[in-house]
Design a protein. Sequence first.
Length: 230
Amino acid sequence: LDLGETSVGKLSITPVLKAKNLGFHFDDQLNMNEQIKFVTQVCYLNLRDLKRIGSKLSHDLKVQLVHSSILSYIDYCNAPLASLTKQNLQKLQKLQNNAVRFVFQLNGKKKWEHIKPYLKKLHFLPVDYRIKFKIALLVFKCINNLAPEYLKSLITLREAKRVSMRLDDDFYILKVPKRPNLSKTEGSFTYTAPKIWNILPYDIRCSSDIVKFKRQLKTHYFELAFAGIE
């Protein structure tokens, strides 16, 4: 559908198929393909450069460089990635896996070893849990008045009943909005936040200290992500 040029007052706006705002790449279908394409291209170039000097680097320095040149791109503005397709999520996970292989020099036959034990050794949450972590942290900031008003207005705490026998009827449950008419809307913060926040353990949700909250949250997701991994 070609909408052509649109005028708003004296301003003329020309529709485009993709746009960049604050370093995040949007596409006209909001499927995040452009952002995933950008992240993977930049990170694989960075990873290629790191491999050239990898033999001269210590283990700890490799980890620091992976944090700064790979994970920082994966984690940047990752809250909108909650509704990623499996294909796009796998692209980011493959990127993280390759970065871990670089750290441990998993070449040759070792290249085909299961990557999760090495992720666990580095205390790296898998990509899907990194996205959940970011969204849960944003909810915490909203509830504790650490977030801007525009973000706080997107979620609402459920009203606790005056008389209730339910033990789980606490003040830290988010109200779940009605299912949206458009499937793309399900990936917005308004809809993903309650899904991720409401299933967290009560002792995590009721925390008021951000340092303690982040520690508890990572421990919780770490145990889920690496259950059964030695």
